[in-house]
Design a protein around this ligand. Sequence first.
Ligand code: GLY
Ligand code: MN
Ligand code: MN
Length: 433
Amino acid sequence: MDTQEYARRRRALMRMMGEDAIAILPAAPHAVRNRDVEYPYRQDSDLLYLTGFPEPEAVAVLVPGRDHGEFVLFTRERDPEREVWNGRRAGIDGAIERWGTDDAFPIGDIDDILPGLIEGRSRVFCTMGRYADFDRRVMQWVNDVRGRARSGGHAPNEFIALDYFLHDMRLFKSRDELRAMRRAAKISMTAHERALKTCRPGLPEYALEAEFWHEFRRNGAEPAYGLIVGGGRNACVLHYVENADTLRDGDLVLIDAGCESDGYAADITRTFPVNGRFTDAQRAVYDIVLEAQRAALARCEPGRHWNQPHEAALRVLTQGMVDLGLLAGPADARIEDESYKRFFMHRTGHWLGMDVHDVGDYKVDGDWRELEPGMCLTIEPGLYIPAADDVPVHLHDIGVRIEDDLLITKDGSENLTDGLPKAADDIEAMMRG
Ligand code: GLY
Ligand code: MN
Ligand code: MN
């Protein structure tokens, strides 16, 4: 993403905030994996969206109209000895030269400097409730300003959740963002194809997962979330990430796997037979989910509201449950009493972007939000039928989900993950090679 794009975003946010305000955004903290080992660092999405700055232990501050520059960054200083161990840092000069900050200070000086930036501003925009420690520090800085107010300074009197403006901006993807999302989608689709061609009975689920890691990493991408490779009954566990069983002849395998590239996620699910041939029962369930997905996709267009694709998918899925003998009809009554939730317990999608479950409101003033060009969402109906005494035996342990990533356009929508085989016949054909 080029630095102009970040500058444009900051300008847009500051216009909405008004001159009398300040925004304060922290970098994500490190996450400890065990003892002195950390997970690979992932920057906070809001900070990343506004700055592109990838380092931990940083705080970005936007001060509209400030004479010495509106974009201030507190960050780690250069430290040759530490950098030998833990990697290079931009430092103060790098923050200005490389990341387009107007002013940069050592993170260790923040308590001395930030209250002075807050002073004279009426409103503080910050991400509340995400990092408890940071929330406390913001309070402390504001209290410092209040202390000074007794000697004539002016302390803010309003805290505003930054989400309100920022997350609405993030909901609408720019051309640069869509380029990143298309790339993430393309890499993820290639990885799914690899898995489809590699799959065979006897393979451990993690070996199929490895195909994704290989394809993601060779493209400089990484998993956008915990990859799910669930054979047989594991497909009925929605967040199955152990991927530790052996794939069995005659079972389906459900793979929910997408990568993050340049900070943007893809989120794709495909379900296919381990041995390359659907049984009649598997195909019956599969075709219902596919029809549900088609019904939902057809309702992804401007002017429809957020819930309409879900309602369309739900109708097809519930009718399918009745036809399969899982529920007694009529379908309308089963939707009404919500008994369908036994076999379809999640919603049909979510916003997609920097976070796999991306930010953005689903309702506005109590009503479902209208779909508008530039929004990205997933469409992912499923049917999950774990073995149970009151379920026909031939349907036991069949779990199917089909998930694609959609961009709402002026005229309808674009399927960013189109091109992976989805019809049962096409899947079988590709698996035959
Ligand atoms: N992979 C997470 C989801 O589909 O929502
Ligand atoms: Mn999803
Ligand atoms: Mn998914």
